[in-house]
Structures are given as structure tokens and as C-alpha cells.
Design a protein around this ligand. Structure first.
Ligand code: MNH
Length: 460
């Protein structure tokens, strides 16, 4: 017996568009889940989507035999710049060949051993942040989100293509970064704008220009490397010189350029958001901060962190896991059923219907996390408890074949930065009464957070 999926009252033609907050749709999805529970559906401009909010339903739709990733809404617009590069390629029945080739070539290049080899390049950028905060001194009100974003952008550019964006040396963003930010915001807005309005709104010329600015940088970096080869195992050289074992093919300059842009886009906001949320949660939870500091001082003392240190820092791992549970910086992903199906034994869903998985809601499921699910409590990730969770309770990096390729990269990068920042500084909130607000683009991050950074005696 199937029962209807609940849906808020809809307005003719536009459907449930007005149910979504324009600036922070996440707030609406949280409210809708509180109102309707484990599942609801929305009609946005004529397209029906199903939204799931519990571990049980997320686990069910993570079955790759029944469901496959879809490129919907904002992500579909991002294809305007990235095309069939890793993040935005569609796979499955209409597989794009470029995806398989890039995926197979790049998987080893993003593996643990390769990432350990990037440690010194990561440190190069991390040191720039430390130097800046030390020079600013404890009086300055620092916007950590801004500096973490400089850091993650510069890190991915330097590690993947040996290119220095030098974001710490400019007050305003480099032209490429400004173009990318505007492009991502506009891509997201386009997804919920009727086609007729799109033609009138007039952002189109600027949008095309931003795409061009980004493509130009990617193309330029590839051309420069082809003209002046260097002997370094970065991701760019991997893409230029490897051949796919399955097809014997390599990637052409255009595909390489789009994949480089993909790393810049997929590889910076999520990681800087994680760093900013972690800083926020730690400053709001002194007990957790005290334990983290004790671990850092015990394992590292005054010496620089090495890649092998992080596996000996369980509390640091737990802080990162707990941050991504409460604050998943990529808050949703989309799949669709390959065939007509029934969810949870009772909700009928037609083949191809977009199903949106809400990590924010799902990772607070009280059946999994208990009644204190809203609290920041790294202890719940310690001592084998994380490993013992039911499958798919924690999914901030997505799932399966289309899961995040940059996970080990991000993990090492944010481990290095958090360990180093709390080794060298005492941080405090600039405004002790600050409460979390969200800024949402394709990803989420804290809005308006300001901190003071006081160098610890003898550490910087
Ligand atoms: Mn990442 C896919 C989250 C860091 C490059 N990433 C995904 C997905 C999630 C995700 C979720 C799956 C999206 C979907 O199903 O539609 N990624 C994160 C988070 C962080 C992160 C939370 C940091 C924290 N990602 C990074 C970094 C890079 C990167 C760093 C690059 C260096 N991510 C990717 C790419 C994909 C992806 C590329 C697409 C993989 C694929 O489809 O094969």
C-alpha cells in the first residue's frame, strides 16, 4: 500500500517556490523537515522533487543499484563552465566518456600516498595564514572565513597545478576569484528562476563574461605548462601525461582545463566552510577546545605537524567529524530512481524523479544520534563509536562512485590548519554573543563570524 508524500500548499504555475527562503534555502528545508518529518515533496516551477531527512531513507536511496546521482538545479547551471568534468558529469545510462577517463586517471592522484606528498606545499600556504594573523595581533577583528577561503583556494591551486594565486597578498579578490564567486551565486539563483524571467533579468552578459574569465585562466595554465614543462607530480602533470588503462585515451587540453576549474570550485568553499564551522564550534564549546589543545600540545609540542601525526590525534579527527555532522558544508545532494520504486515501503516515486538528500537534517536524526543530536559533542565520534554507526549515518562527502574525490586532500589540509592555528594562537570570539548565521551559495558557511587571535607565548 502506498501513501502520498506530504507537500506544502502550492501556488499555480510557480508551485512551492515561495516556500523557500531566497538567501538561505537551508533554513526552509530545516523548517519543512520539522513540519512534515522524514519526507516531503515540492513542486518548483513545474518540477516535482522528493526530499528525505532521515538516516533510514538516506541509506535506502544510497543504493547504487536502484538510484544514481543527478545533476540538478544549481549544479546543472555549473555545467555551463565545467561541462563533463568530474563534478558535473552525468553518468549512468547516459554516461559521458570524459567522466570515466578523468575518474580513473585521477583516483590514484588523490590517494593517501599522493596527498602526503603534498604536505609541504600545504604548509607553505598555511604558514602565510599564521604569519598574517601573528602580524595583525590580538586587537584586530579577523574574519576567519575570508582568510580560510584565501588559504583553501591558494592551497588547491598550488597543490594541483603549482600555480600561485597569492590571495594573501591582495585586499580584494583576484579577478578569477571574483568571477568564480559571482558565477556560483548566479548559477544557484538561476536554478529557481523561471526561464521567462531569466531572459529579462539581464545578468546574462555578466554571467557569460565570468565563465570566460574562468575558462581563460584554466586554458592559460594548461598552455603554459605545455610550453614550459616542469618535473613535478602535481595533478596537472598527471592529467597531461597519463593514459587511461581501460580506453588507452588521455584527456585533451580542454578537458584538463575544465577539471582544473573543477578542483578550484569543488575544492575550496567546502574546506574553508569546514574550517570556519570548526572554529565556531570550538569557540562555543570550551571543553572541546581544551581537549583539542591538550592533544596538540602533547603530540606536537612546538614542532611543525607532519602528515603522519594526524592519525595519532583522535580528538582532532573527532572534532572534524562532529563539525561535518552538524555543519555539512555541502548540505545536499541529488539522486534519482532508475525505475519506478517505493521508498520506506510506502512512498511511491516514479523513475527519474529528483530525490534530494538533506545532510543537515539527516545527520541530526535522533534515532541515530540521540536526544542531544543538536549539540556539538566530539566524544560521540571517539573510541570506535564512529566506526560502529549504522551505514550512511554520516555522509558529508557524498556516497559511492560519485563520492568526493578530494576527501583525503581536504582532511589533511584542514587537519594541518586547525592543529597549527590552535598550536600557535589563543582564539576568542570578537563578539561573545555571536550566534550562528548561515551564508549559502552552493555550499554553506558561517556568516559574520569575527575572532581575535592572540599569539601564544613562544609559539609563533
Ligand atoms: Mn568534494 C564531490 C563534499 C572537498 C573535489 N564533494 C563531492 C560530493 C560531496 C563533496 C558531498 C558529492 C556531490 C554529489 O553527490 O553531487 N568535498 C566535499 C566536502 C569537502 C570537499 C565536504 C571538504 C570538507 N572536494 C573537496 C576537495 C576537492 C573536491 C578539496 C578537490 C581537490 N568533490 C570533488 C570532486 C567531486 C566531489 C571532483 C566530484 C567527484 C565525482 O563525481 O566523481
Amino acid at each position: 500500500m502506498s501513501i502520498p508524500i506530504p507537500q506544502p500548499p502550492a501556488i499555480p504555475f510557480i508551485g512551492n517556490v515561495t516556500a523557500l527562503d531566497k538567501d538561505v534555502p537551508l533554513y526552509s528545508y530545516v523548517l519543512l523537515a520539522k513540519t512534515y518529518g522524514e519526507i516531503f515533496q515540492l513542486n518548483i516551477l513545474g518540477t516535482t522533487s522528493v526530499h528525505v531527512n532521515t538516516q533510514a531513507l538516506v541509506a535506502e536511496v544510497s543504493d547504487e543499484k536502484r538510484f544514481q546521482k543527478i545533476i540538478a538545479a544549481g549544479l546543472l547551471e555549473v555545467r555551463n563552465a565545467l561541462g563533463d568534468a568530474l563534478f558535473t558529469a552525468s553518468v549512468g545510462r547516459n554516461e559521458e566518456e570524459g567522466y570515466g577517463i578523468a575518474h580513473r586517471l585521477l583516483m590514484p592522484a588523490f590517494g593517501t600516498i599522493a596527498i602526503k606528498g603534498m604536505m609541504e606545499d600545504m604548509r607553505d600556504i598555511c604558514d602565510q595564514l599564521v604569519l598574517k594573523w601573528a602580524r595583525f595581533g590580538p586587537q584586530a577583528a579577523i574574519d576567519p572565513s575570508d582568510d580560510y577561503t584565501r588559504l583553501t583556494l591558494d592551497t588547491i591551486a598550488y597543490c594541483s597545478m603549482s600555480y600561485r594565486l597569492n590571495s594573501f597578498y591582495t585586499e580584494t579578490q583576484p579577478a578569477f576569484v571574483a568571477a568564480m564567486v559571482d558565477f556560483l551565486i548566479e548559477s544557484d539563483r538561476r536554478a529557481s528562476r523561471p526561464r521567462v524571467l531569466q531572459a529579462l533579468i539581464g545578468n546574462n552578459a555578466k554571467y557569460e563574461q565570468d565563465v570566460q574569465t574562468m575558462r581563460d585562466l584554466g586554458d592559460k595554465i594548461v598552455a603554459e605548462r605545455q610550453a614550459h614543462p616542469i618535473d613535478k607530480k602535481d595533478l596537472l602533470n598527471t592529467m597531461l601525461h597519463s593514459r587511461d588503462s581501460q580506453t588507452g585515451k588521455g584527456l585533451d587540453a580542454d578537458a584538463i582545463s575544465r577539471n582544473l576549474l573543477t578542483f578550484l570550485i569543488a575544492g575550496h568553499e567546502t574546506s574553508s566552510g569546514l574550517l570556519t564551522f570548526a572554529t565556531y564550534h570550538l569557540l562555543k564549546t570550551p571543553e572541546a577546545l581544551r581537549k583539542l589543545r591538550a592533544e596538540i600540545d602533547e603530540v606536537l609540542g612546538d614542532r611543525p605537524a607532519q602528515a603522519d601525526d594526524f592519525s595519532k590525534m583522535p580528538y582532532l579527527q573527532a572534532v572534524l567529524r562532529e563539525t561535518l555532522r552538524l555543519s555539512p558544508t555541502a548540505p545536499k545532494r541529488g539522486v534519482a530512481p532508475l525505475h519506478d520504486t517505493t521508498l520506506g515501503g510506502k512512498y511511491f516515486v516514479k523513475a527519474g524523479t529528483p530525490i534530494i538528500l538533506h545532510m543537515w537534517n539527516m545527520q541530526r536524526d535522533p534515532l541515530i544520534w540521540g536526544e542531544d543530536a543538536e549539540e556539538f559533542h566530539p566524544e560521540r565520534m571517539l573510541d570506535g563509536k564512529f566506526e560502529a554507526l549504522p551505514p550512511n549515518s554520516w555522509q558529508p562527502f557524498g556516497f559511492g562512485m560519485r563520492g568526493c574525490i578530494g576527501r583525503a586532500f581536504a582532511w589533511q589540509e584542514v587537519s594541518l590548519v586547525l592543529a597549527t592555528v590552535f598550536q600557535k594562537f589563543d582564539l576568542e570570539l570578537a563578539d561573545a554573543s555571536y550566534n550562528l548565521q548561515i551564508k549559502q551559495t552552493l555550499t554553506i558557511k558561517p556568516k559574520g563570524l569575527r575572532i581575535h587571535a592572540r599569539p601564544r607565548a613562544g609559539k609563533t
